[in-house]
Design a protein around this ligand. Structure first.
Ligand code: UD1
Length: 376
């Protein structure tokens, strides 16, 4: 029996662990223990996803809550160490790039427990992003690196990660999207918000680089309000952003503001949108599969395949340029995306196949791995 502790902490983790846990259920030789770190705790950021995606209740919630990066990471590490010492899993499986991902990896590596990282190798090459630091640390210490796109494989190999640890398996978030797409269609979010199919925009903003500087946030809200003179713009507001908008009195009447939506309603909303403007990582991927134009309000992306093959376009952080790009998108003929390799609903199956196959012959720990010539 292989005992895997699966770590989920923040909203973007829940849709990634859901199909992995479902796949574990199908395998008699694997047992999962789900650890919710409590990094996200508001019902609309956590419990809703468990209900909608039928994720089994967490075996434990570490209730770590919010705090500075150092406070949050330190608290995560203390609680995760106790948890891992008590349960001694064979493998710790982490997803994505949030503080919970990095903290669990550090603790497991120090205890000599193998780590599998799902969504390994993505790089924005911008270390001002907290997630980039989390990705680098997590990948440096992981034993299985499961990549969602070819750029991630190239990044890992360029960093000297031995090839035998790197597996291109596809995208677990797309496993969830494909499974729940039909169910999402049954939600009535468009009717509730008074929207017509294909005739509205969706905006999301939560990156510290966009929302922590009030001037920049105000300029982005003005840009969205200007776009709203052309078509309705729905803006489900993340708690971090809501806090900043309230303090700066930026709650504009020209936008359709809503609290964070659940998974199914948000999927329906994006799948029928004319365009999406976002600084999220996952939404760049979801819009590629939904074939909906996505304008990314950032200067870089760690998910280049969504530009090369998908519907994503980097528009930077200059609000005037972003508005121009949005207006161009409204005029442009639809662009047809090509689904990236293995974004087919079977990524979790591939991951569990690889883990089971290696259980008999473990991946060597880093100390035993030979360093490739030229990278010393
Ligand atoms: C975190 C992740 C980010 C991810 C995002 C998705 C890190 C470093 N960042 O950022 O990668 O894209 O989640 O949401 O891990 N809050 C609530 N309820 C909650 C959680 C947070 O109200 O359930 C509020 C708190 O005021 C908190 C703030 O939101 O201080 C920010 O939360 P935090 O977890 O620190 O980071 P996110 O911005 O959510």
């Amino acid at each position: 029996m292989i005992h895997i502790s699966v770590i989920a902490g923040a909203r973007p983790n829940f849709m990634k662990v859901a199909p992995i846990l479902e796949e574990v259920e199908r395998r008699p030789n694997v047992k999962a223990r789900l650890i919710h770190t409590g990094q996200h705790y508001s019902p609309e950021m956590s419990a809703t996803f468990f209900e909608e995606l039928a994720i089994p209740p967490a075996d434990i919630n570490l209730d770590v809550g919010s705090g500075s990066h150092t406070v949050q990471t330190a608290n995560l590490m203390l609680r995760l160490e106790t948890e891992f010492l008590q349960h001694r899993p064979d493998l710790v499986l982490v997803v994505g790039d949030v503080n919970s991902t990095m903290a669990a990896t550090l603790v497991a590596a120090k205890l000599g427990i193998s780590v599998a990282h799902v969504e390994a190798g993505l790089r924005s090459f911008d270390r001002r992003m907290p997630e980039e630091v989390n990705r680098l640390v997590t990948d440096a210490l992981s034993d299985y690196l499961f990549a969602s796109e070819p750029s991630a494989v190239r990044n890992l190999l360029a960093e000297g990660v031995p090839q035998e640890k790197v597996f291109l398996v596809g995208n677990v978030m797309i496993d969830t999207l494909l499974k729940f797409r039909a169910k999402a269609e049954q939600t009535s979010v468009l009717e509730r918000l008074g929207l017509k199919r294909g005739a509205y925009g969706v905006a999301t903003l939560h990156r510290p680089s966009n929302v922590d500087d009030i001037e920049r946030l105000a300029a982005l809200v003005r840009m969205l309000s200007a776009l709203a003179t052309r078509l309705p713009v729905v803006f489900p507001v993340h708690p971090r952003t809501r806090d900043r908008m309230q303090k700066a009195q930026l709650l504009s009447d020209s936008l359709i503001l809503s609290p964070p939506l659940g998974y199914l309603e948000f999927l329906r909303l994006t799948s029928e949108a004319r365009l999406v403007l976002t600084d999220s990582g996952g939404i760049q991927e979801e819009t590629t599969i939904l074939n909906v134009p996505c304008l990314t309000l950032r200067e870089n992306t760690e998910r280049p395949i969504t530009i090369e093959q998908g519907t994503n376009r980097l528009v930077g952080i200059d609000p005037a340029a972003a508005l121009q790009a949005a207006l161009e998108t409204l005029e442009a003929p639809p662009r047809v995306a090509q689904a990236p390799e293995f974004w087919d609903g079977r990524a979790s199956f591939r991951i569990m196949d690889i883990i089971e196959a290696h259980a008999a012959k473990p991946v060597p720990k880093s100390a035993e791995v030979s360093i490739p010539a030229g990278s010393r």
